[in-house]
Design a protein around this ligand. Structure first.
Ligand code: ME8
Length: 516
């Protein structure tokens, strides 16, 4: 039997200090599209997201809200859980770091690192930024603040340390031996140069507050929130149980993260795992940062875009499409309403929507609302069908590099080719003169639309499903196994009455003024 194809991918677990905004939604959306792609491509997928609930930052947010940390985390974590139905995420699990399965995994990881001689007790004195939950060297401070702009405070206490300084060479060897581990390339270079410049041992416990996982055999210490947080990827797989998901899914295929937390994922995390004698994940991809109409999104500017706002205004699938199409994945980019409307009206309404609408309406009118019968194929027919059949290989390669915008570009090249074909073949003009040729051209177009709809499913699940409904493609024929001639539409299949799927966005009312 062929080895099972499995794929385990994760989002960061989000801090429960605030409600989710479009930045959080973006990371999870990219993972959702990839998870859906892999399932359609025959993989058994585990797609994990969740919330990061310990540490000083969360404890302070609870204090500010005037509630105990558990009440606070229960409340805010729910907002992130509720995002799944709002954004139509298909995550298989949602982990909270306050769950018992998580504490157990953290303690086991700690014990293994300790048993292997990589944890020791010492005294820490240095600068700590609660907002980043990170330590900084004196030499890294800029005008008395962290390089990220976060406030730092002097911090001195007895802590457990991890011997990170010993992991410089093993990490460099690991990056060398695993060229796919860290992407995109610019981030890889950044991390290699950071590690090459030398690493210091890392303080990994706290005694000054209690909101965390207790250190095994020394419960006056709690674990540093990043050891705790990173371990979520294993606790959700059932570690340390050797059976079940852990055996089937570890090492994870992909941790998707924002560029702000790449150091934790590509330096600390593989070092912790190697120290515990465990296998690091296969890949970490760090994407870029969204700004809002040119400005950084922040609490002080109160300019966070929420997914709910966007969806209310533009609809879910157009928002999903825009976010993954507009930015080259990996780069920073700017959100603007103007760009959003342009994508909706051009790519979706004019290009794909109009193609489907024109073709399906003609089939409905001129082919008795049934899949037409194709006759002999011309060179132009063969060319368009070959483009449709060739999409999977290209799109798959782009998904495997997390280049979602390029995958969509490849699909829209075929949309463009199909629209040119409609204009050239002008099937509506053949109704009287050459109905057989008209039927063939409409069949070729319907087949092309079937391919486009199947491949658009990961990014726009609802709209693609409606397109496939209009082509009477049964549920069982919607995986990528149905791409190509083997799953071709059958002549004579009755089709439902066509309806528009991607309406143009027309600004009206006060939103128009706010939108710009
Ligand atoms: O860092 N643009 O959680 P967090 C794009 N708990 N992505 C953005 C963004 C923006 N403007 N703002 C946030 C933490 N993100 C830790 C993670 S993982 C073991 C622990 C996304 O709530 C991006 O993915 O601060 C970033 O890495 C993440 O939200 C940070 O979420």
């Amino acid at each position: 039997m062929a080895a099972a194809k499995r794929y385990y991918l994760t989002t960061p677990i989000y801090y429960v200090n605030d409600a989710p905004h479009i930045g959080h939604a973006y990371t999870s959306l990219a993972c959702d599209a990839l998870a859906r792609f892999k399932r359609l491509d025959g993989f058994e997928v585990k797609f994990l997201t969740g919330t990061d609930e310990h540490g000083q930052k969360v404890a302070k947010a609870a204090e500010a809200a005037g509630v105990d940390p558990q009440t606070h985390t229960d409340r805010v974590s729910q907002h992130f859980r509720d995002l799944s139905p709002v954004m139509n995420y298909s995550n298989d699990d949602f982990i909270r770091t306050t769950e018992p399965r998580h504490a157990r995994a953290c303690q086991e990881l700690w014990k293994r690192m300790k048993a292997n001689g990589h944890i020791y007790l010492g005294r820490f004195a240095g600068w700590y930024a609660v907002r980043d939950e990170a330590f900084y060297d004196e030499s890294e401070l800029v005008d008395g603040k962290a390089p990220t702009g976060a406030e730092v405070e002097w911090f001195e206490e007895e802590n457990y340390f991890f011997d990170l300084s010993k992991w410089q060479q093993p990490l460099l060897d690991f990056y060398e031996a695993n060229p796919r581990f860290l992407a995109p390339r610019t981030r890889r270079n950044e991390i290699v140069s950071f590690v090459s410049s030398g690493l210091r041992d890392l303080s990994i416990s706290r005694t000054s507050f209690k909101w965390g996982v207790p250190v095994p055999d020394d419960p006056k210490h709690i674990m540093y929130v990043w050891i705790d947080a990173l371990t979520n990827y294993m606790s959700a797989a059932g570690f340390p149980e050797e059976s079940g998901d852990y055996a089937r899914f570890w090492p994870a295929d992909l941790h998707m993260v924002g560029k702000d937390i790449i150091r934790f994922h590509t330096v600390y995390w593989p070092a912790f795992l190697m120290a515990a004698g465990l296998t690091p994940p296969k890949r970490v991809f760090a994407h870029g940062w969204w700004t809002n109409e040119g400005q950084k999104m922040s609490k002080s500017l109160n300019n966070f875009i929420t997914p709910q706002d966007l969806i209310g205004r533009y609809g879910l699938d157009p928002v999903r499409y825009f976010l993954l199409r507009e930015l080259p994945f990996g780069q920073d980019g700017n959100f603007s309403h103007q760009a959003m409307i342009r994508r909706i009206n051009t790519d979706l309404a004019n290009d794909l929507g109009n193609l489907a609408q024109r073709v399906l309406t003609q089939i409905n009118r001129n082919c008795e609302a049934k899949v037409p019968q194709a006759g002999a194929l011309t060179e132009a027919d063969d060319r368009l069908l070959a483009a449709a059949h060739g999409m999977l290989a290209r799109v798959r390669a782009e998904y495997d590099e997390q280049q979602f915008h390029r995958a969509l570009e490849a699909e829209w090249e075929v949309v463009g080719a199909a629209n040119r074909y409609v204009d050239e073949q002008a099937p509506w003009a053949l109704k009287k003169t050459d109905p057989a040729r008209m039927a063939t051209a409409l069949y070729v177009l319907a087949e092309t639309i079937r391919h486009l709809a199947l491949l658009a499913q990961p990014v726009m699940p609802q709209s693609s499903a409606r397109m496939l409904d209009l082509l009477a493609v049964p549920e069982v024929a919607r995986s990528f196994a149905a791409l190509g001639p083997s799953g071709a539409l059958k002549a004579g299949t009755p089709l439902p009455k066509p309806e528009g799927i991607f309406p143009r966005h027309v600004e009206d009312g006060p939103a128009a003024k706010a939108g710009g």
